[in-house]
Ligand binder design. Structure first.
Ligand code: TYM
Length: 338
């Protein structure tokens, strides 16, 4: 039953958030928040332990952690209905990750697509650290601590949630039912928003070019500019056809999401019109779609102290649940009670 589900998800504060994070994750979260009673247990984290698995700068991480929380609030997450927490403030995440890591075969981690991609990108310059390999185990701990039933994420995280499922099952088989086995929840249309400068790559914070992504905090001018220079496909027709027109199909999805107009309607409206006209409409829709979030963000930025109170309260609530789960785990695996 949807209304009873316990939900967990989170974002790494490793830079500014982009519209892929928004359409793939945060928008799903807002719907879940509306559909669930406050007491059902919805937790959204700012996953700073995950953010240090790739090279980072300490001051920027602190800043991004605060900014990500401001974005959560500006987007409409409501601390009265959801628990907003900072991962490193709840030590149970790191503790459970250690335990689960002792039960996760190396081979399962080495075959994770994100590990392969990220380690390839980091390899020569920075070396590959074991924390990057262990990242999905930490993510499993995040999810399992809250007896999560469903994990709303974009497509790139599906494999990690599947691993969390098998880690949960393995633990339950060995020690008796301890964890809920979480289901992955993706919004099909927006699960993989692609880069604006290369429709074969997903939109990403680590994308090489700034032109590939639209940040949630980009100015209207920056948005217009990025939309203007977004790559399109050959041919003039404005139609949704992911195989033959991947770039345009991606833009149509973004347009539809920000305008609330179905793709079919956009195709009809732009039949016979030029890419230039289409892009002008798209830029307008993104700018208007982000305007409420951006004005709320600027307002919240002025009162930063308030957000810390929200994060403290949320992390405390989260720690109470996480602590109970961890205590049960410790008992089952045979640690002497402290
Ligand atoms: P992260 O921070 O890379 O991304 C946050 C969320 O945004 C989604 N996303 C996208 N969705 C659609 N199109 C895109 N181009 C796109 N790019 C990103 C991601 O799928 C994700 O849902 N490991 C996670 C954070 C995490 C987590 C967790 C998530 C840590 N622990 C426990 C769920 C449950 C990550 O790095 O996401």
């Amino acid at each position: 039953m949807l209304g009873q589900q316990r939900i967990f998800s989170g974002i790494r504060p490793s830079g500014d958030l982009h519209i892929g994070n928004y359409l793939g994750a945060i928008r799903q979260w807002l719907k879940l928040q509306d559909d669930h009673p406050a007491e059902s247990g919805i937790v959204f984290g700012i996953m700073d332990l995950h953010a240090i698995t790739t090279p980072h700068e300490p001051e920027k991480l602190r800043e991004a952690t605060l900014e990500t929380s401001l974005i959560y609030l500006a987007a409409g997450l409501d601390p009265k209905r959801t628990t907003l927490m900072v991962q490193s403030w709840v030590p149970a995440h790191a503790e459970l990750a250690w335990v689960l890591g002792t039960m996760t075969p190396l081979g399962e981690l080495e075959r994770m697509t994100q590990f392969k991609e990220k380690s390839r990108a980091l390899g020569d310059k920075h070396g590959i650290m074991s924390g990057l390999l262990a990242y999905p185990v930490l993510m499993a701990a995040d999810i399992l601590l809250y007896h999560t039933d469903a994990v709303p994420v974009g497509e790139d995280q599906v494999q990690h949630v599947e691993l969390a499922r098998s880690i949960a099952e393995r633990f339950n088989n060995r020690y008796g039912k301890t964890f809920a086995v979480p289901a992955v929840m993706v919004q099909k249309e927006t699960a993989r928003i692609m880069s604006l400068d290369d429709p074969a790559k997903k939109m990403s914070k680590s994308g090489e070019s700034e032109r590939g992504y639209i940040l949630l905090t980009d100015s209207p001018d920056a948005i217009s500019e990025k939309v203007k220079t977004a790559v399109t496909d050959s041919g003039k027709e404005i139609i949704y056809d992911p195989v033959n027109k991947p770039a345009l199909s991606n833009l149509l999805v973004v347009f539809s999401e920000f305008s609330g107009r179905p793709v079919k309607e956009l195709e009809r409206d732009y039949a016979g019109k030029s890419y230039v006209e289409f892009k002008a409409g798209l830029a307008e829709a993104v700018i208007a779609g982000l305007a409420p979030l951006q004005s709320k963000f600027r307002e919240l930025e002025r009162g930063r102290a308030g957000v810390l109170d929200i994060l403290h309260a949320g992390s405390e609530r989260a720690a109470a649940v996480a602590g109970q789960t961890l205590a049960a785990v410790k008992e089952k695996i045979g640690f002497l009670a402290a």
